[in-house]
Design a protein around this ligand. Structure first.
Ligand SMILES: [Fe+2]
Ligand SMILES: [Fe+2]
Length: 263
């Protein structure tokens, strides 16, 4: 779980390899409540997993400008969307990732409403996760969200989250890594292969890269950790088998070319 001291180093979440899964989980609940189609919910699941793919491995301190925002937050969005646009299978997610920290009242009207709304769902889920991870209670989170209706977050998305809270207990679920994993495990049949690949790639890359508190891990150690996760059904064993057979090239791809960029 993200702790406050780690957050002081990184307001985005790269130090926590499960941040993407929690955002994905929360986003899918909100999208489901709004009534999104199955296909759109799948897109939302991907976007949650991918949303911080533009975060560099070497992070300088970010300066908070309020509880939900920080200076230059848009930089990792731009970087992430550029990465995705260059990858044919992920290209369709580039616009959403580009806007995933844009306030709803600043989203360009010329952009398709579905992209604006999906980007704002990711933004909302991302900030809920960060607020909870830094020790806010549900009431405190709701108060902050209410104060940002129609400025940071679309009002229908906040309303959808309120309804989700009435029906289930998402906050306690995201506080428990195993319960989030159960969601991905249960949905294994429904979660498309691409999402399972992204989940393995996300963890592989996080373990391979340097972090403010530890050095990147060697391929053999990464595989040991991942195999243990696969044995416990936390990641897809078949996807991991492919990684194992292409370990050298996966490792090279996981390491950033530029090590000095900032979030
Ligand atoms: Fe994030
Ligand atoms: Fe982000």
């Amino acid at each position: 779980m993200f702790i406050l001291s780690q957050l002081a180093l990184d307001y985005v979440g790269i130090d926590d390899i499960f941040h993407g899964k929690r955002v994905s989980f929360l986003s899918h609940l909100i999208a489901k409540e709004i009534g999104y189609s199955e296909e759109d919910i799948n897109d939302i699941i991907f976007e949650g997993l991918l949303h911080d793919c533009g975060v560099s491995s070497t992070v300088t301190h970010a300066k908070l400008i309020n509880e939900l925002d920080w200076e230059n937050s848009h930089e990792h969005c731009v970087r992430g969307s550029k990465l995705l646009i260059d990858t044919p299978i992920f290209k369709k997610y580039a616009p959403t990732i580009f806007y995933h920290h844009t306030h709803c009242n600043e989203l360009p009207k010329k952009t398709d409403i579905s992209i604006r709304e999906r980007a704002n769902i990711t933004y909302l889920a991302d900030r809920i996760d960060i607020l909870i991870a830094t020790g806010r209670t549900v009431d405190e989170v709701l108060k902050i969200l209410e104060g940002n209706r129609n400025t940071l977050f679309y009002t229908n998305l906040i309303d959808a989250f309120l309804k989700v809270l009435q029906k289930s207990d998402p906050v306690n679920i995201i506080k428990d890594k195993d319960r989030v994993e159960i969601f991905f495990e249960k949905g294994k049949e429904e979660i498309p292969l691409l999402a399972r690949i992204v989940a393995v790639a996300d963890i592989f890359q996080a373990l391979a890269q340097n972090r403010p508190y530890r050095k990147g891990l060697e391929p053999k150690i990464i595989m040991k950790i991942l195999k243990d996760m696969a044995e416990h059904n936390k990641i897809d064993g078949a996807v991991l088998y492919i990684v194992d057979r292409n370990l050298d090239s996966c490792y090279k791809k996981a390491l950033p070319e530029i090590k000095s960029s900032m979030v």
